[in-house]
Design a protein around this ligand. Structure first.
Ligand code: FES
Length: 580
């Protein structure tokens, strides 16, 4: 390693490597933390980008996680420096954490580029923190390794396992349908989230942890080790050790985040029954590193991949069981043995290929990681839809949908926005039946700034009482990865950006055809043109200043990853000039 060492000029030397006024100033202020002089003499400086926050409960254990990363960095001869970045927590942040994903990514990028660091460890957990930190680091393109916080232990209620988020949707529908009491509903709260960690279903946090591992940005098994399992802390330690070598090997993100890596991740998303949010986040990360990724890649690569991971919300088990069954390396091995991982040579952060890491991975439980011959679903690829209702695309998650509803024609019941939906859905006289299609507008990136996860509209109480379990729902919103149903999401362009979704009326017929990737409004082209021309311009209330205004003015549509237009691309890690 010493020979390689000599070839790599440390970026941090631009701060600490000179015996002059500038070197004095950079070192001297750091020394107020009790750092001895020899620490500044040629050791790689490793940033630990921490999304710890007590307001992001899923990441609240990250101080301890960071300590273990530090131990690894110190053991390998590096100099750890921990720094905070904006923590986008899913459960508390209003109106939606997605509104701040780009804010966090901007924070990460500028924190890395402007500071003395040669590499960075990204501590991620709750949904948006994973894409945000990868986006920011990708724009800088320095060596980076992801360490996830890990999922919570299985939730428990009355002796049975319950899954994060998914249990909430189910219990809420049971309360509305009169199957359980409000007392029982509230009693479920404590057992639902009973340990540190992220949602234990295959929701967006688990999906993005799997995506980070499939992309090659983590050590093997990062996605599934429970947050409270000692092996999570061992992985943090090993990641700290590894990142120091990555500096000497100049193993930057651009060598790992290749088109091949994204295609592997798309296939893995189908195999795990992953969240639709991955479509948006992978596009945004790819955009930062300069990899072209289109919605059609999800069809080309993902279509035909069976869902083999039997986890809620699509299946039966939870992340804890997934880890015990073999975790993501087991899934990749299963796919690879039938040539379903197309790019076996894709490089990962440990310097080995994805396939080298996974080819001998054991699988301990065929119920949780099912054989390809007995999948949960034959084709788990995210379904990409286009048509006159979604000229720039929409998505549907087949593993969460009702197969019979994936080919459906029904009369639209239209809600102008989320508030209108909440008010109207309770109306006992609402003209709706089980074949209706619920259509909600103005919940896209600009319309509900941040594109809230409200697309899985709860069903009308009067139909729930009749035992109806699912209906076709369409919107420009997103859906929580923990949710389920025949739900068409991310309709682009969104209603607020002039998309045809905005001109749907009650009683219009809508046609969903997943097999052929179609989503159409059954009106003539002339009628469509006339309605679009007649539509009044709409504005988002209360967003005339501040961050929300910046967001609305610059956010890209769902098919483009909802990044800000001015943040797309890699700007590198060139050291900025001195200010003194
Ligand atoms: Fe944080 Fe689900 S709310 S991971």
């Amino acid at each position: 390693m010493s020979e390689t060492k000599k070839k790599v000029a440390l970026r941090s030397a631009e701060w600490f490597g000179t015996q002059d006024k500038n070197g004095f100033m950079y070192r001297s202020w750091m020394k107020n933390q009790g750092i001895p002089d020899h620490e500044f003499q040629g050791k790689p400086i490793i940033g630990i980008c921490n999304t710890w926050s007590e307001l992001t409960p899923c990441n609240a254990h990250f101080r301890k996680l960071a300590e273990h990363v530090k131990r690894g960095i110190l053991e390998a001869g590096g100099f750890p420096v921990e720094f905070p970045v904006f923590s986008s927590g899913e459960s508390n942040l209003r109106p939606t954490a997605m509104l701040t994903r780009n804010l966090a990514a901007m924070d990460v990028e500028e924190s890395i580029r402007g500071n003395p660091m040669d590499a960075v460890v990204l501590l991620v957990g709750c949904d948006k923190t994973t894409p945000a930190l990868l986006m920011g680091a990708a724009s800088c393109d320095i060596p980076a390794i992801v360490v996830s916080g890990g999922p919570m232990l299985n939730g428990k209620l009355n002796g049975k396992s319950i899954g994060s988020g998914t249990a909430v949707w189910q219990l809420h529908e049971q309360v509305k349908g009169g199957e359980i009491s409000m007392h029982d509903f509230l009693a479920a709260e404590a057992g639902h989230s009973r340990s540190a960690g992220t949602c234990n279903t295959m929701g967006t946090a688990s999906t993005m942890a799997c995506m980070a591992e499939a992309l090659g940005t983590t050590l093997p098994h990062n996605a599934a080790i429970p947050a409270v399992d000692a092996r999570r802390y061992v992985l943090a330690h090993m990641s700290g050790m590894r990142i120091v070598d990555m500096v000497w090997e100049d193993l930057r993100l651009s060598k790992i985040l290749t088109k091949e890596a994204f295609e592997n991740a798309i296939r893995v998303n189908a195999a795990i029954g992953g969240s639709t949010n991955a479509v948006i986040h992978l596009k945004a990360i790819a955009g930062r590193i300069g990899v072209p990724l289109e919605l059609e890649d999800w069809t080309r690569v993902g279509k035909g991949t069976p869902t083999v991971v039997d986890l809620l919300p699509s299946g039966r088990f939870l992340m804890e069981e997934f880890y015990y069954a073999g975790g993501l390396p087991g899934v990749i091995r299963r796919l690879g043995e039938s040539d379903l991982v197309m790019h076996k040579n894709a490089l990962t952060v440990n310097g080995k290929s994805l396939w080298d890491n996974c080819k001998d991975a054991p699988i301990y439980d065929d119920e949780v990681i099912r054989p390809l011959t007995k999948p949960l679903l034959d084709d788990g690829g995210i379904c990409i839809l286009r048509g006159n209702l979604a000229p720039r695309g929409a998505v549907l998650k087949p593993s969460a949908a009702t197969p019979e509803l994936m080919q459906h024609r029904g009369k639209a019941v239209v809600f102008e926005n989320f508030e209108h939906y909440k008010e109207r859905i309770m109306d006992p006289d609402l003209d709706v039946d089980k074949d209706s299609v619920l259509v909600m507008k103005n919940c896209g990136p600009k319309g509900y700034p941040g594109m809230a996860e409200v697309g899985n509209m709860g069903l009308p109480p009067k139909l729930l009482a009749q035992g109806v379990k699912d209906m076709v729902r369409i919107s420009d919103a997103r859906m929580s990865g923990t949710a389920y149903g025949t739900v068409v999401l991310h309709v682009a362009p969104e209603a607020m950006a002039g998309g045809p979704l905005g001109i749907v009326r009650d009683g219009d017929y809508v046609e969903l055809d997943c097999a052929n990737g179609k989503l159409n409004l059954d009106i003539s082209d002339a009628e469509m043109a006339q309605r679009l021309a007649a539509r009044a311009e709409e504005h988002v209330e209360g967003a005339k200043s501040g961050y929300q205004q910046l967001y609305i003015n610059h956010v890209l549509q769902a098919d483009e990853g909802c990044d800000f237009d001015f943040l797309v691309g890699m700007r590198g890690s060139k050291v900025p000039k001195h200010s003194h």
